[in-house]
Design a protein around this ligand. Structure first.
Ligand code: 5AD
Ligand code: SF4
Length: 472
């Protein structure tokens, strides 16, 4: 058993990051023969991509995927720790799985991801959820075959969660969700330690993959017919800072664009590391999509300081204006937290003020959720939940208004859309995203799936648009 420790998770040393080449021992390759697996994923794109790795590892062990949980021989929850409600959802699901296990004791059950990296959660699992067979952390994904094999052999819970700064695991297989769009990790972990955020503790220190490995992966994806790559990291603008190679995110973006991938995206940016050089590269290369997710978190300088964000309302707006000036058609979205400890009505109004200035294309908005072990969880929080909810509603109204206004500008315009598949709302329509990341339901023949086509927009809503293929 290997339990996580909050104290160890907080540590940062100057130790060199190890790169390990993933490989699976032959002795594990039949473990899942004639068995099926079901994985449910919570949280961010990093977690979604981890699930793609986990699926491929399970398939190397001969497991086959099923999307019906009740039929599966192995049920795994890949969890998120970012807010309390993510926690609650997972524990609700665990209740359902317990029921299933009671009627089918032979099924293998497990939990992985950011939640199990929390010391308190791991303790709870060890004491109260002994029936969960396998528990492994974000640093232990490549050990899944060993963890599973040990649990099956010993017929007891196998819990392996390291609280380490983390290695880089290359050559991990991936069973990708899409045939056209792919995630490519460019870095892991985060060293920003924003005072509200648990990610630096659950995902370890900031460590960048080498440009050679990243570019190689993109080229392989192009050869496999992928049309879009999203470079992935908790804080992608800090790419390369740990490699001392005099090669930063703008250099990587440029080299990745030059591979010829039709669409290149990246998430998530921190305003602090967003350089002018990066803006220039995005403006210059037409295959770098004009879409930037730029988390604001708060518009109040007092709250930004308490959050440890290292920028002010003024410098954020300056950066925003620079982006819009140099990349005129660029869509910008954001993340905002309301109800951070000490947030007054005046602070909240500063946030609304930035929203009124930036008129975002859309935003993810959250009520502050104290996470155990983070500095903000110990800050005095005197605002009532009711007040926080009022602020969230008010903010969302404003966000929706600007989202609709941003979409209205597309009416009767012709825009490029990467067609991904059938529309969920109507099987006779297809769906895809514009270069600026707007969801479009499109009338076009099915053989356009996987292609970028021109679409004339004929109707616009707040969160999606409708259009027809434009052949002119
Ligand atoms: N409470 C509320 N929202 C949070 N986020 C991160 N940590 C917290 C927290 N403790 C939000 C931030 C971040 C997004 C991924 O989640 O806005 O950008
Ligand atoms: Fe992703 Fe953050 Fe959730 Fe971890 S805690 S899965 S990094 S959103």
């Amino acid at each position: 058993m290997q339990m996580p420790s909050l104290l160890d998770a907080k540590k940062r040393t100057k130790d060199k990051v190890k790169t390990i080449n993933y490989d699976i021992d032959d002795k594990y390759k039949n473990l899942g023969k004639n068995k099926t697996y079901f994985i449910k994923t919570y949280g961010c794109q990093m977690n979604e991509h981890d699930t793609e790795n986990i699926k491929a590892i399970l398939e190397q062990m001969s497991f086959k995927e099923t999307d019906i949980m009740e039929n599966a021989d192995l049920i795994l929850l890949n969890t998120c720790a970012i807010r309390e409600n993510a926690h609650n959802k997972v524990f609700g699901m665990i209740g359902r799985i317990k029921h299933l296990k009671a009627s089918k004791p032979n099924i293998i059950t497990g939990m992985c991801g950011c939640m199990v990296q929390e010391e308190s959660v791991a303790n709870e699992i060890k004491d109260k959820y002994k029936w969960l067979d396998i528990v492994f952390g974000t640093h232990n994904i490549s050990n899944l075959p060993k963890v599973l094999s040990k649990s099956l052999k010993n017929q007891k819970q196998e819990l392996e969660v390291y609280s380490i700064e983390g290695d880089i695991i290359e050559n991990m297989p991936a069973k990708r969700d899409s045939k056209y769009k792919a995630w490519v990790n460019i870095m892991y972990g985060c060293d920003k330690f924003c005072t509200y955020c648990i990610v630096p503790y659950t995902r370890g220190k900031q460590r960048s993959r080498t440009k050679e490995n990243i570019i190689k992966e993109i080229k392989e994806l192009i050869a496999d017919g992928y049309m879009e790559v999203t470079l992935l990291g908790q804080n992608v603008n800090a790419y390369g800072k740990d490699l001392d190679a005099n090669y930063d995110m703008s250099d990587l973006l440029k080299e990745a664009a030059l591979t010829g991938i039709p669409r290149l995206r990246f998430i998530t940016s921190h305003p602090w590391d967003f350089t002018d050089k990066m803006i220039d590269v995005i403006a210059k290369y037409p295959n770098i999509m004009p879409y930037i997710h730029l988390p604001l978190q708060s518009g109040s300088n007092k709250i930004l300081k308490l959050m440890g964000r290292r920028y002010t309302k003024e410098t954020y707006i300056e950066l925003f204006n620079k982006i819009k000036e140099k990349i005129p058609n660029c869509a910008v979205t954001t993340d905002i937290i309301v109800g951070f400890p000490g947030e007054t009505e005046e602070d909240f109004n500063d946030t609304l003020d930035v929203v009124n200035t930036c008129k975002y294309d859309s935003a993810f908005t959250f009520i502050f959720s104290p996470r155990e072990g983070t500095p903000a969880s110990k800050m005095k929080d005197e605002i009532s939940l009711e007040e926080k909810e009022q602020r969230l509603y008010k903010l969302n109204d404003l966000i929706n208004k600007y989202a609709k206004e941003a979409n209205d500008k597309y009416l009767n315009k012709v825009v490029p859309v990467l067609i991904e598949g059938e529309s969920e709302k109507d099987k006779n329509l297809l769906m895809g995203y514009t270069d600026t990341m707007k969801l479009v339901n499109v009338k076009a023949p099915k053989d356009k799936i996987g292609q970028i086509i021109n679409v004339k927009i004929n109707s616009v809503k707040t969160w999606s648009m409708d259009g027809v293929e434009d052949k002119s």
